[in-house]
Write a protein that binds this ligand. Structure first.
Ligand code: PRP
Ligand code: URA
Length: 215
């Protein structure tokens, strides 16, 4: 697991070269939607491999063909919570590693002028608070959408929430730290800044548009 970031104790940056190579391809403006989706899912799976270390596991007894032995299994139900739309672009990659995870959705978009989150949909499993929740969104920019999503999850009783994003910017990480200091943010890159339109730079553009070809 990566160490806490020196400026942001709530942040873990995955600097593994395989992840960084895939991120560079995803940033490239020549990468088409098909490859962009594939890269997002691959990076998400690689990050999940480490993030899931934090999940609760219990020891179980099993019978191999030769003898009784022990193994482990998840002891609580895991819920993935992609923020619509762009979070969908990471979900398959995570499900490939945790196929039993349930998926709850939260629909939020940023108002283009205020950059504040507008919440339009939520559907979680009734017992979403019974286990860890992984909030999924490729972009953490101002942090408005992610902090709002975590508040909605906490309204449902969730106490074990972590976030997986591809790229983040300092204002978003700081906002998460101020509002939800208990939520770890896992990312492939802490980028330099936000531009005047609230886009992450260098970033990778509008993630939802690039995933779904709606530019
Ligand atoms: C993008 C992105 C995040 C949000 C991040 O969604 O997927 O949800 O912006 O920005 P913030 O940290 O400043 O809130 P967008 O509003 O473009 O919605 P979409 O995925 O439906 O296009
Ligand atoms: N949303 C995006 O899709 N990209 C950004 O850079 C910021 C918010």
């Amino acid at each position: 697991m990566p160490s806490p970031h020196p400026d942001f104790p709530n942040l873990r940056v995955f600097d593994h070269p395989l992840i960084q190579q895939k991120l560079a391809r995803a940033r490239d403006k020549r990468t088409n939607s098909h490859d962009f989706r594939r890269l997002l899912n691959e990076i998400s799976a690689l990050m999940t491999f480490e993030v899931s270390r934090n999940f609760p596991f219990r020891t179980v007894e099993i019978d191999s063909p030769l003898e009784r032995t022990t193994g482990v299994e998840l002891s609580e139900p895991v819920t993935l919570a992609p923020i619509l739309r762009a979070g969908i672009g990471m979900t398959e990659g995570i499900l490939a590693l945790i196929p039993d995870a349930r998926v709850g959705f939260i629909g939020i978009y940023r108002d283009e002028s205020s950059l504040e989150p507008v919440d339009y949909y939520a559907k979680f499993p009734p017992d979403v608070a019974a286990g860890p929740v992984l909030l999924i969104d490729p972009m953490l920019a101002t942090g408005g959408s992610a902090s709002h999503a975590v508040s909605r999850l906490k309204d449902h009783g969730c106490r074990n929430v972590q976030m997986l994003c591809l790229v983040c910017a300092p204002p978003g990480v700081q906002r998460m730290r101020d509002i939800h200091p208990d939520v770890l943010v896992h990312t492939a890159s802490l980028d330099r800044e936000l531009n005047q339109r609230g886009y992450i730079v260098p970033g990778l553009g509008d993630a939802g548009d690039r995933i779904f070809g709606t530019q």
